[in-house]
Write a protein of this length. Structure first.
Length: 286
């Protein structure tokens, strides 16, 4: 299980991929995974649609990672559109495929979910499904955390209190939301320790390779943009090739600084781009 990998005393490296929308594109993702495998990550995570539409794809991709790539997979689970029967069925399906790691998330509201259905959803928070997961199995469970606090939280203090509640339900390690300012992470880590949050934390790193990507990432996550990154995007706005290189260099510098400051793990949001992951790993002081 992934929780045991963190006990080896080295920086844990991992990647995230997502299921393609079209079934015929799955083979392109498998090629991407084959390339990512050559980088020898410790694990690879597979995202999951909020409404459950990708649950079969997530399980199939995780099985490919486990059985063909021979790397530990972690399957995302989003609580927002689940009930206990569906959750139990999904756990059984993952177990049958030899997958013993899940990332438990609340998830975003599906676009086609009505206000009434959203307000009356079976599981309101990630901790609700974590309790059920731990009740039915000894599976390794990861959860999300937010160095700049969850956008819906009232304060950093309440955000950390909710995170501690989630961990007390049985979370084994954490993966952060993307961030671009390491000082925000170091502050979060220090405050987390004060709240007796002492499980491993992998830093979520999103390499910015286009101006549009930065805008989308910020709008979805609420992550702040440091002046240095903002200046970089403005400088190369008219040169996509140079902007991509500068964005990858920014991610490499961010990762190397985190490694120098004893980070437990690095989790790279690859956007299914193996070439980007390769360039980053070639520049990392691992």
């Amino acid at each position: 299980m992934i929780k045991d990998i963190y006990k080896n005393g080295k920086t844990v490296f991992s990647f995230e991929v997502f299921p393609p929308k079209k079934n015929e594109e799955i083979y392109d993702l498998y090629k991407t995974l084959d390339t990512l495998t050559t980088l020898h990550p410790d694990f690879i995570s597979v995202t999951y649609g909020a409404g459950g539409s990708n649950s079969k794809k997530t399980a199939a991709i995780a099985a490919y990672i486990k059985n063909i790539c021979e790397i530990e997979p972690i399957a995302h689970m989003t609580a927002v559109a689940m009930d206990e029967a569906f959750l139990t069925q999904l756990l059984n399906e993952l177990s049958e495929k030899g997958i013993h790691n899940v990332l438990a998330l609340r998830g975003d509201r599906p676009r086609d979910m009505s206000d009434e259905d959203y307000e009356n959803r079976h599981f309101r928070y990630a901790e609700d499904i974590i309790k059920i997961i731990k009740k039915h199995s000894d599976i390794c469970v990861a959860a999300a955390c937010y160095p700049e606090m969850h956008p819906e939280s009232l304060s950093r203090e309440t955000d950390l209190q909710y995170l501690k509640q989630k961990i007390d339900c049985g979370v084994n390690f954490l993966i952060t939301q993307m961030f671009f300012d390491n000082t925000q992470f170091y502050r979060f880590r220090e405050e987390a320790h004060k709240h007796n949050i002492c499980i491993p934390i992998s830093a979520g790193i999103m390499p910015i390779t286009s101006a549009r990507q930065l805008g989308t990432s910020v709008s979805l996550s609420g992550t702040s943009v440091p002046q240095a990154l903002s200046n970089l995007v403005a400088k190369y706005a008219d040169n996509p090739t140079d902007l991509r290189k500068a964005g990858i260099d920014y991610a490499i510098n961010q990762i190397n600084d985190l490694i120098d400051n004893d980070i437990d793990g690095i989790h790279i949001y690859t956007m299914n781009k193996a070439s980007t992951a390769c360039e980053i790993m070639n520049g990392v002081n691992a």
